[in-house]
Design a protein around this ligand. Sequence first.
Ligand code: M6R
Length: 614
Amino acid sequence: MCGIIGYAGARQAAPIILEGLAALEYRGYDSAGIAVLDADGIPAVHKKSGKLVNLAAALQGSLPEGVTGVGHTRWATHGAPTDFNAHPHTDCDNQIIVVHNGIVENYVQIKEDLISQGHEFTSQTDAECIPHMIESYIEQEYSFEEAVRASAREIKGANAVVAISTRDPGKLVAFRLGNAGGLVVGYGQDELFLASDLPALLPHTQEVAYLAGGEMVTLDNHSANYFTLDGMSVTKTPMHVAYDALSAAKGEYKHFMLKEIHEQPEAIINSLRGRVSFNDLKVVLDEFQISDADIARIDRVVFLGMGTSFNAAMVARNWMESLARLPSEFDNSSEFRYRDPVIDENTLVVSLSQSGETADTLAAMEKAQENGALQLTLCNYPGTQTTRIADHTMLLRAGLEIGVASSKTFTNSLISLYLLAIDIGTRRGVLEESRRRDMFAELARLPDLLGQALADESQYEVLAQKFGRRSDFLYLGRGINFPLAMEGALKLKELSYIHAEGYPAAEMKHGPISLIDDEMPVVALMPRDDLYEKMLSNVNEVKARGGTVIAVATEGNEDIKKRVDEVIYVPEVSSLINPVLMAVPMQLLAYHIALWRGCDIDQPRNLAKSVTVE
Ligand code: M6R
């Protein structure tokens, strides 16, 4: 949830750290801080509540000098977002400086023990106990590195920590506990970096190594040494990541999210590349190479995810049932992890997490693992925690997604899940060649159709002016488009702070219909499919009660104009693939309403891109 960066090298650390924090701000943005050690090891620590611009303003262009340092951007868990609670945190003598991501579950006990030993705390955070623990071990004659290791062994919970010390200037010591809260080491020329996530590293290097849970690293300007928390040496070979710094730049777009929405046609081409064999009408998933016997023994599929990934999981159930004829279900990872689910070695568990770091999804995957399930995970970044638990990983290939609200990772999740269902259906012998031929022809047209859906943005500007002041929205959909109604409502809530609900359209009569009035717009997802007439009945019910309807309908449906107040058209496709196109109006309507309301689109309040705490 928080963003961490560390630097040891020959260049001035402060500009690199501030730039890295800007790239990580999507992870948390309620306060930010920086600490740099000068040539004599004297620390300069600056921190400020609010966004990174507040810290930059407080520094007034006079950056602390030194070649070793750490930085942090925070998403508060313990203690309000104040200057005092901002990271870095220090020990009593300002000699140990720490940045932290996660929750120290046993911090109350640790803090009480340290206070009884005479340590003085200045914040309400759980993080502040870490520098004091390290200090207390150093008082017992431990080296800096040993003191960090001993502290790490005492801490409970999923945590990532980077520490520097005035006694060991030039060195960073970091550790990671549990699955959540990533830490990546970046290898440069005579310089090394540590960061929560790739965007902070990519302007400097594409050679990286991930720290696993229970590992620690010490690094300086020329090497990184890895250990377990027992002190056993661990060998790691840096891997090359393909994303470059340019792909993270906003370019001509006002916001990263808008750029990412418009990148969807290209992202989809990337997700199809090499996976769809148009000649023999087969899907070839190199990442999911399992034997025919393994395919035959799968008797159930469970899809897991949170937020937007959960909405994609809901769509996937329809595909797996329809194309592979396999009993399928979906669940929020956070609910699944605390149930007693019926899972065994014949269950295929498909988890979705663009970040690969979502704490609840990791815990749900661990539960599935305990029950012996076969696991496939869908993730946008190689080497993340979900990929370590799963038996197989399918990368989303969406490119970097910086906007906190998911867009292209959603549509690429959908495409990946669609391909998976086709692959399993084909291998189970239940998906006839003639059907596949039509589906493949449509897949080939899909990037172009998405481009068409993206073409006319002015209609969303008009809708934003008309409806931007409203305080509640209802989104209705049926069948495979119900999850898209959920996604539309989620996008509107998180971007514009307008209350919105997604409902299966028939469910409206069982309660929400009492909300209908001329103040609450109803967004009706009603492409021309088997359920169109049913949707029309629901729309009539809304109109009969004085409601306002914005229909999302199939291009060419002129009749709908007479029946509703506003129409957004999407190109015609088969009903199964409709959700991919429906994603565009859900995203652009929310984007333009948020823009009209002056909201912080790339970094909505209270949110974070990776939710690494429960
Ligand atoms: O990284 P994940 O896909 O596991 O993230 C899951 C959710 O936190 C995420 O989809 C969240 O709902 C986004 N804000 C949606 O735009």
